[in-house]
Design a protein around this ligand. Structure first.
Ligand code: ADP
Ligand code: AMP
Length: 217
């Protein structure tokens, strides 16, 4: 099963992917997480990506397409769920070509729909664990002890691109460059929309219902 999870920054893609992985065993491939790992390891790619990420711009397609093709090739056969990729029509077309060439295809495209005001509150309240990558929210999905990761006790941090100023750019870029990807997939197959304004457990229930139907078909 190969799934693309679309949605604005802060829509809840990462949160839901972790739950999908737990239930179905698919690999979670988040382009943002991979880029942050590249930055932490100070690789060439990480250095090239840095200024784009910090300003809320998209990293150039050629870098992302190569990075994600590498990640997909390393993925075991149980399947994967893509989070944050593809984010441009060009990336979507390249992903399609690359899967085609190995006789594979995307099985489902799911779009988490969230209102802009909610997105802004989710992103600015997001806190993550620099060690294990777990994601929390200061009001909605709190850790057991404020400011501390439930898994490993590490102090939680705010991503540098999760400020209100950068969020505005990220949302603008989402509208211009990524929303057309939803239409691209609608025109080339189908997209399942999910109302992701709801609380995280309700969104998970909707996703599981959809994925259960897909897995058993
Ligand atoms: P994305 O991966 O789409 O950027 P995240 O999964 O990191 O989004 O979620 C963004 C923030 O919103 C996080 O702080 C997360 O804890 C919180 N969050 C995720 N889903 C929900 C939800 N359905 N309701 C409320 N808060 C949520
Ligand atoms: P995310 O963790 O998905 O919010 O991504 C964080 C940042 O990484 C984005 O604001 C972009 O700068 C960059 N990024 C992640 N995925 C992509 C992608 N598919 N294409 C271009 N840039 C990306």
């Amino acid at each position: 099963m190969r799934i693309v999870l679309l949605g604005a920054p802060g829509a809840g893609k990462g949160t839901q992917c972790k739950r999908i992985v737990e239930k179905y065993g698919f690999q979670h491939l988040s382009s943002g997480d991979i880029l942050r790992q590249e930055r932490a390891a100070e690789t060439d790619l990480g250095k090239k990506a840095q200024s784009y990420m910090d300003s809320g711009a998209l990293v150039p397609d050629e870098l992302i397409v190569e990075m994600m093709a590498g990640a997909i090739n390393k993925t075991p056969s149980a399947g994967f769920v893509l989070d944050g990729f593809p984010r441009t029509i060009n990336q979507a077309a390249e992903l399609g070509k690359s899967l085609d060439s190995s006789g594979k295809k995307i099985d489902a495209v799911v779009n988490l729909q969230v209102d802009d005001e909610i997105v802004a509150l989710r992103i600015t309240g997001r806190r993550s664990c620099p060690k294990c990558g777990a994601v929390y929210h200061i009001k909605n999905l709190k850790p057991k002890v404020e400011g501390v990761c439930d898994n490993d006790g590490t102090g939680l941090v705010q991503r540098p691109d999760d400020t209100l100023e950068v969020v505005k750019n990220r949302l603008e870029n989402y509208r211009k460059q990524t929303e057309p990807v939803v239409c691209y997939y609608k025109n080339n197959g189908s997209v399942q929309d999910i109302d992701a304004n709801k609380d995280a457990d309700e969104v998970t229930a909707l996703l599981f219902e959809m994925l259960d139907a897909l897995v058993s078909s």
